[in-house]
Design a protein around this ligand. Sequence first.
Ligand code: NAD
Length: 441
Amino acid sequence: MDMHVRQDESLDLFVNSTLQFERALSWVDGVKEGIIDFLINPKRTIHVRFPVHMDDGSIKTFHGFRVLHSDVRGPGKGGIRYHPNVSEAEVAALAAFMTWKTAVVDIPYGGGKGGVICDPKNLSRDELRRITRRFVAELGVNIGPHTDIPAPDVYTSAETMAWIYDTEVRMHPGANNLAVVAGKPLEIGGSLGRDEATARGSWSATEQLLKRNAVPGLTSRQGARVAVPGYGNAGSVAACLFHDAGAVIVAVSDSRGGIANEEGLDPRAVLAHKEETGTVVGFPGALMIGSGDVLTIDCDILIPAALECQVTTVNAPDVKAKLVVEAANGPLTAAADETLRYKGVVVLPDILANAGGVVVSYFEWVQNLEYQKWKLDKVERLLNQKMCDAVDETVDRFDELVQRHEQGENKDLPGPTLRDAALVSAITRIASVVLQRDIWP
Ligand code: NAD
């Protein structure tokens, strides 16, 4: 894909998120440059290298990171990723996303992210367990219920979180360690509704956005034609929720290919097929298409739910959706984002659209600290409220920015977007806390 994109277009998440941040800054009023400089860069990056016994008797050294991007509004919060391509820049970008996300939905956290360079597909469960325990031990007091709270991310799971919790208990016996990590199994302090939270948040946010008439030509999920590139956890649950709300799922994909049916796919039957065969490809009665074709298929709502930088200047001109709901982090390059804006495609940005996961992680933390177990309907009700409030605030901010633009502010720039609005709200909220707390000493 790299060689096809525009020469000045990067596929690096860090580069793209920085470009988007800089664009939003033109709308930020009255925040001193020094504070912006403090907010944009990570507060702390920890590198650890540690040895692990491998199953074949050898010893291998692993390299891991934990970036605490910001703890201005509360402890750091963000997942731990196991992947061969994990890098400091990627982890830093994802940690920054978490800072903006927690501020947009107004939960009392900052942003963090971690990762270990490893290939989980070629590691045994025992090797992964030893890597996890040693990584957590190396991070020591830099993670904790009130300092920086990990969660699952790519190739880490509830089981990994259980190992993290248990390691923390070994290091800090006699304390309530449950809140050190989110996304745990239900039996050890996990929250009901966590599995579905990201997609449910995207679903609630979309409904509220449509209610606010923020998408020209689209007023309801009912009857909307929806395409979901990336039929994993977030994507498949989103497809089921949209289908249940009366939308028609016209196409979905995974890394092996895509499937389409103008009459609509049954998302649960597709999921059962994927569970049985390992892919959505070959689903009976559907047209087989390329996975990239799903991004540009004729639809009303596109929900990219795979990896970053899937929509570039190569395919953005062909996107036909009226609304893009970024269930994935950074699915559009900054240049593709610009192209969609010129086309009049509304983008519900990742830092709002996929914040449902961290909102329910926060609910898990509250339950853990209070030794409570909430019922599912309470989790879903509070999640829906959080998402609707955040959408309302973002749309109000967007209207304000549009008005300022019409009055001549930033005349040389194209009009603002919902992403600009969400980032401006986040930056303003965090900057105000920096000043109210005062800069010490
Ligand atoms: P997942 O691994 O369950 O699903 C990803 C899916 O994308 C898989 O089905 C994979 O086959 C597919 N995929 C990979 N490459 C593809 C390609 N080129 N074209 C089409 N499909 C492709 O992961 P997930 O947990 O659902 O996360 C997906 C995205 O959502 C990530 O960007 C993640 O950071 C973001 N996200 C997830 C959560 C969460 O709680 N799961 C929360 C916030 C953000």
